[in-house]
Design a protein around this ligand. Sequence first.
Ligand code: AHM
Ligand code: MG
Length: 289
Amino acid sequence: MNVDAEEAFEAVVDEVVKTAPRIADGFADGRTYEGDENPSGHEVLGADLHANRLLKECITDLEGVGGFASEEEEGVVDCGDGVGVAVDPLDGSSNLVTNNPAGVILGVYDAPLPSPGEGLVGAGYVLFGPLTTAVVADGDGVVEYVVETERGEEGAEGVRVDERELTLPEPTVYGFGGGRENWTDGFAGFADEVEHELKLRYGGSMVGDVNQVLHKGGIFAYPALRERPQGKLRTLFEGAPMAYIIETAGGGSSDGEGSLLEREPDGVHDRTPVYLGNETVIERLEEEV
Ligand code: AHM
Ligand code: MG
């Protein structure tokens, strides 16, 4: 791995973790839809915009960062020479309405954006649940931290404590988005089998649902849909970073044809079917969809 890119990845993770409590400070007042759609075609909450503002400010200021892409930004923000950082500032933000988990997803690419996931030098997410945790994947593996809030120079700051290495255990849970009436026959057939083998755990935020798979083994899918063959999730800041994390933890990823990391995004807001989990389960899925 390029040493500069590795350092930039660590600096980005530090900033995102540091900023996490201030992102959460926007939740209580940001649970109402603003009536607009973002460039990814989703309804926007105040909390989405707040998270994007904070992350854009701190990440584009970092030395070693050359580009910033976000679900809330139309194009790539050019900020000099260095790595490309792609974020979903608040994944699963519709869960704020029901007070369920949401989080930040980030991918750091040693390549100009938009780049396939093969360009990732590291990826991670912050999950706001009963605890705030940060999961960080790089060439060394996947580590989960608890994020504690401390008082820093700029007010509340997140600090990582309680480090745990994670690898994917044997499969036990599944969570599929999109709704059966919209699934293809191939995916519905696969789902019928999985439902007899694994336990349903679906919460409606990718960070929360992938985090369950990472801890308990199994499969998360937001599949190709009948009327939306590319599914719902975005390649650059959702699919590829999560695929990097799951593959680094010893699992597999797919867009239905091959590893999600090989998928060439057709623009910043490109969508892709997303299948993540234990390799054995992902191999079976690929045979059926
Ligand atoms: P968002 O990034 O606008 O929050 O949308 C993505 C979210 C994912 O977190 C989650 O996997 C999916 O949308 C849930 O969609 P659905 O409500 O169709 O199950
Ligand atoms: Mg999202």
